[in-house]
Design a protein around this ligand. Structure first.
Ligand code: HEM
Ligand SMILES: [Cu+2]
Length: 649
């Protein structure tokens, strides 16, 4: 690719110029701040090189919140453009770029990392482990995800953004219709971060199967741990499909192969199939952990055991299997024929059965419970009706014959935002508020948090409910403008107002982080909500010590901590302390990911020698790591005593 210098940096758009200036200013401020307050060493030792699952989880969540902000700004720009007919706020090309980056960022770089962050913070604690099975791998996973995300994100200032939709259908995404580096950014950004996701999947499978504390049998595991296990299995089966598909499209674009091209024997539909063979399981990757989070919160705030625990586990397993058998419902209209469409119609509708079971179980869990309506519970209760609206319209879309009417209209846009926002985003917020004291030692302010909740929830409905009717009226998805005659103005305008109300809700949520940091009371016990049921609440202090438990707890029942409290056997004796084996920090994960990122950047611009050097350096790191002798270290008993005494004041 021979780019001139002025093509390399994206120019000519005031919005992008503003973004470029702010990026430069924020970077300078960060470097200056870190130097001035002498925080570089702290950043490197305590965070970048950390293998502690809790810290890695926090880094995932911070990154996801940043991505939610970026994806949200994209969303608002689109909603401004659509607020009235014939708006000239964004050009057609710019609109295409924005819905592409919005969709990709929200799914890959926001929803999934947010949930993986919560899994990281919570799951090892819930199963009574000191860390995940492979702590170094965990650090590497985070950094490959982060570098992949950053590579994707710089596309809008360096080189140009992809514009073929988050689904990257060919021929749109091919060289003829998408020349330039944009689509390469998509391919390499997703490829690099995908490595991290796959490693996380493997890590959690091994962690949950092998690292559970004594007595924690599979059917005593908390629901969030169960959904993490199943999600990790889906990741491990689905992500290799994405890896291969991305690689094949990269070959098509960079080396002139013909896997998916229109001409010379390629098969564009093959991409659609492969994409959704990964893509549909992907949507369950972002919804099953959400189900787990709601289960934990509902039981805690209704003060009851989960109704139908085994049925809940069974439903998750069934959903995960079905999630691999429905992918064709994304392109019924491609003309597979009645038999094929009917098969996928039926499998899709079957998913609603185990999902319905779960909905009823949550309702029965709350039935006759003494419910406390704190922030996490509000998000969880709001989830149920809103998610049902998304689910029911999903069944409508599942009917192949009817889908010829709904396909690629705003009906679909509304449907998937109902499931992704009321399901995934509500769960991320609920989980963050719920486990916030575990991460930072204080709660988020209740009053401000409730304002954020109501604004976000109402704004969400105002934004997306009208879109069902726009869709039924024929407004196509991915359209950058419409005519006054079409009569879509008022509903679109209402929708845009709703989007801004949501945006305000999000800002208040973030403000609450700052406010609570300054003003919230510090938690003094590990059981921050007073009604914790699972082991993460059994730690000696709100923020668990780096080794989690001085003595690993022993489990006899489901909801173990609840029963420990009932039997009055909470405290641990100092005589039982033994030296604890912990892994040591390492900078190698970060360094390796940076090399991968350099390689990816080179390939985006078809500078092959940079691509090659990056890959070689990455392999060199792997070889170095294989010969490194580092078995971690032991925390002596004295140090444990000191930490525990310090923790329990
Ligand atoms: C914060 C509120 C949000 C608003 C106002 C919003 C708005 C929009 C708009 C206007 C579009 C473009 C529709 C079109 O032209 O076809 C869109 C597409 C999309 N959104 Fe959102 N969105 C929001 C949040 C989310 C979240 C949280 C997710 C995922 C977790 C998400 C996932 C997607 C996807 C996958 C697409 C499709 C992109 C494509 O067509 O390639 N959105 N959204
Ligand atoms: Cu699907």
């Amino acid at each position: 690719m021979n780019l001139r210098w002025d093509e390399f940096i994206v120019t000519g758009d005031p919005l992008i110029l503003g973004a470029q200036i702010s990026i430069v200013l924020v970077s300078i401020a960060l470097v200056f701040g870190l130097t001035y307050f002498k925080k570089w060493g702290w950043l490197w030792r305590d965070w970048i090189t950390s293998v502690d699952h809790k810290k890695i989880g926090i880094m995932y969540i911070i990154a996801a919140l940043l991505m939610l902000f970026r994806g949200g700004v994209d969303a608002l720009l689109m909603r401004i453009q659509l607020a009235a007919p014939e708006m000239e706020f964004l050009s057609a090309q710019h609109y295409n770029e924005i819905f592409t980056t919005h969709g990709t960022i929200m799914i890959i770089f926001m929803a999934m990392p947010f949930l993986i962050g919560l899994m990281n913070v919570v799951v090892p604690l819930q199963i009574g482990a000191r860390d995940v099975a492979f702590p170094f791998l965990n650090n590497l996973s985070f950094w490959t995800f982060f570098v992949g995300a950053m590579l994707f994100n710089i596309s809008f200032v360096v080189g140009g953004s992809p514009s073929a939709g988050w689904t990257s259908y060919v021929p749109m995404a091919g060289n003829e219709l998408s020349p330039g580096p944009g689509q390469n950014y998509y391919l390499l950004g997703l490829q690099i971060s995908g490595i991290g996701t796959l490693l996380t999947g493997i890590n959690f499978i091994v962690t949950i199967l092998k690292m559970r504390t004594k007595g924690m049998t599979l059917f005593r595991m908390p629901m969030f741990t169960w959904t993490t296990l199943i999600t990790s299995l889906i990741i491990t089966f689905a992500f290799p499909v994405l890896t291969v598909s991305l690689a094949l499209m990269t070959f098509d674009r960079l080396f002139g192969t013909h896997f998916f091209t229109l001409a010379d024997g390629g098969m564009p539909m093959l991409w659609a199939n492969l994409f959704w063979i990964w893509g549909h399981p992907e949507v369950y990757i972002v919804i099953l952990p959400a189900f787990g989070i709601f289960s934990e919160i509902i039981t805690t705030f209704a003060r009851k055991t989960l109704f139908g625990y085994k049925a809940m586990v069974g439903s998750v397993v069934i959903i995960s299997c079905l999630s691999f058998l429905v992918w064709v419902h994304h392109f019924y209209t491609m003309g597979s024929g009645a038999a094929v469409n009917s098969f996928f119609s039926i499998t899709t509708m079957m998913i609603s059965i185990p999902t319905g079971v779960k909905i009823f179980n949550w309702l029965f869990t709350m039935y006759k419970g003494r419910i406390s309506f704190k922030q996490p519970m509000l998000w969880s209760i709001a989830f149920i009706p809103n998610f049902v609206i998304g689910g029911v319209t999903g069944v409508m879309l599942a009917m192949a014959a009817a889908d010829y009417q709904y396909h690629n209209t705003y009906f679909l846009v509304s449907h998937f935002h109902y499931v992704l926002i009321a399901g995934t985003v509500f769960a991320c917020f609920a989980g963050l508020v719920f486990w916030y004291p575990k991460m930072f030692g204080h709660k988020l302010n209740e009053k401000i948090g409730q304002w954020a909740f109501w604004l976000f929830m109402i704004g969400f409905n105002v934004c997306f409910f009208p879109q069902y009717f726009l869709g039924l009226d024929g407004m196509p998805r991915r359209t950058f403008s419409y005519l006054p005659e079409e009569g879509w103005f008022s509903l679109n305008f209402i929708s845009t107002v709703g989007a801004f109300v949501m945006g305000l809700g999000f800002l208040i949520f973030v403000y609450n982080v700052y406010y609570s940091f300054r003003h919230s009371a510090r938690e003094t016990s590990g059981d921050c909500w007073g009604s914790g049921r699972t082991l993460e609440w059994a730690t000696s202090s709100a923020i668990p010590p780096f080794y989690n438990f001085a003595v690993l707890p022993e489990v006899r029942t489901i909801d173990p901590y609840w029963h420990m409290k009932e039997d009055g056997q909470e405290s641990q004796k100092e005589e039982d302390y033994k030296p604890i084996h912990m892994p040591s920090n390492t900078g190698l994960g970060f360094i390796m990911s940076v090399f991968l990122g350099i390689s990816g950047f080179g390939l985006v611009f078809e500078w092959y020698w940079i691509g090659l050097v990056g890959v070689i350096l990455t392999f060199a790191c792997m070889i170095y790591r294989s010969f490194q002798q580092d078995d971690g270290y032991y925390v002596p008993v004295e140090k444990i005593k000191e930490t525990e005494r310090h923790a329990s004041v």
